[in-house]
Design a protein around this ligand. Structure first.
Ligand code: AMP
Length: 307
């Protein structure tokens, strides 16, 4: 496995793969890798001849006062995990390499970011889109892998790829959870034992929504009110949002009469945690790949169940 820090080294290293016509799969991450990240790596490994992972804590997607400086960093362990997973190339640039020159260009989006994390973290998605666009231009993958855990991010990236004609197929893989339901997140490292127990209120609230929809409840306000009660029982420091939105537009829905994304964000201790599930009216869970416009014409090869 090759580990490089310079953009030029990535380009050089991938030349051979490209010349051989290998399919390049790419997993962008901020490191502190866990089984959620590794599920994306596994999908890339299985579906592509060449698997590339980036590890970069992107400062421009954090607002002042957020946890950029505290964000867990464990590059030695990350590299071990990538090596064991059969990754071919890890790109781990220093901040200067990505943002050394005075940056005056950014990518923005006029829709899809008015709700959920877009509403609560001003500038966040501009930072995400900008770094992902840079990474796409550096790595030039054929396929890029994202997690449904960050559903709004996955949708935003998909849309960016479509609108800006990146020749890249975006795959969205299901959220990996601990057996008790807690969605894996690098930020779970901030949680004390007590906070980790309290953090279960997020997945429990989503389970509550699933149960209500399954039993025929269609009123979004009724569902989110009940979810808030469940979250409050975990004594969060703060609830950012509890929302039911259209998974393709991220706009709020009032009646659950079609597939919806149920999404929550709350601060437990020092950790701002997010989680979501996709439900259809028949209450069987679906995943974002099923709803994707850009993957509709792509070959379906089981990422939804396998990754
Ligand atoms: P991050 O390092 O948090 O920026 O995440 C890198 C990628 O891993 C993103 O596409 C995330 O959506 C994905 N990811 C993070 N946590 C999980 C999880 N629990 N299950 C599946 N994918 C995840």
């Amino acid at each position: 496995m090759l580990v490089v820090e310079q953009i030029g080294e990535v380009r050089e290293a991938l030349k051979a793969a490209r010349t051989k016509g290998e399919v390049i799969g790419f997993v962008p991450t901020m490191g502190a890798l866990h089984a959620g990240h590794l599920s994306l790596v596994r999908a890339a490994r299985e579906e592509c001849e060449c698997a590339v992972v980036s590890v970069f804590v992107n400062p421009i997607q954090f607002a002042p006062g957020e946890d950029c400086d505290q964000y867990p960093r464990s590059i030695t362990r990350d590299l071990d995990q990538c090596r064991s997973a059969g990754v071919d190339l890890v790109f781990n640039p220093p901040v200067d390499e990505m943002y050394g020159t005075q940056r005056v260009t950014a990518i923005g989006m006029s829709k899809l970011t008015d709700t959920l994390c877009g509403a609560h973290r001003p500038g966040h998605f501009e930072g995400v889109m900008t770094v992902v666009a840079k990474l796409f231009n550096i790595v030039q993958p054929d396929v890029a892998y994202f997690g449904q855990k960050d559903a709004q991010q996955a949708l935003v990236i998909r849309r960016m790829v479509t609108d800006l004609d990146f020749p890249i197929r975006v795959r969205v893989c299901p959220t990996v959870r601990d057996p008790d339901g807690l969605a894996l997140s690098s930020r779970n490292a901030y949680l004390s034992d007590d906070e980790r127990t309290r953090a279960l209120c997020l997945s429990k609230a989503l389970g509550e929504a699933r149960g209500l929809v399954r039993s025929g409840e269609k009123n979004a306000e009724t569902i989110t009110a009940r979810m808030r009660e469940v979250i409050e029982s975990g004594r969060p420091e703060h609830i950012d949002y509890v929302d039911i939105v259209d998974p393709l537009t991220m706009s709020r829905v009032t009646t659950v009469d079609r597939p919806v994304l149920v999404a929550v964000a709350a601060k437990i201790g020092a950790a701002r945690l997010i989680d979501n599930i996709l439900l259809d009216v028949n209450s069987s869970e679906i995943i974002i790949d099923d709803l994707s416009d850009t993957s509709a014409d792509a070959e379906k090869d089981g990422c939804s169940s396998d990754c």
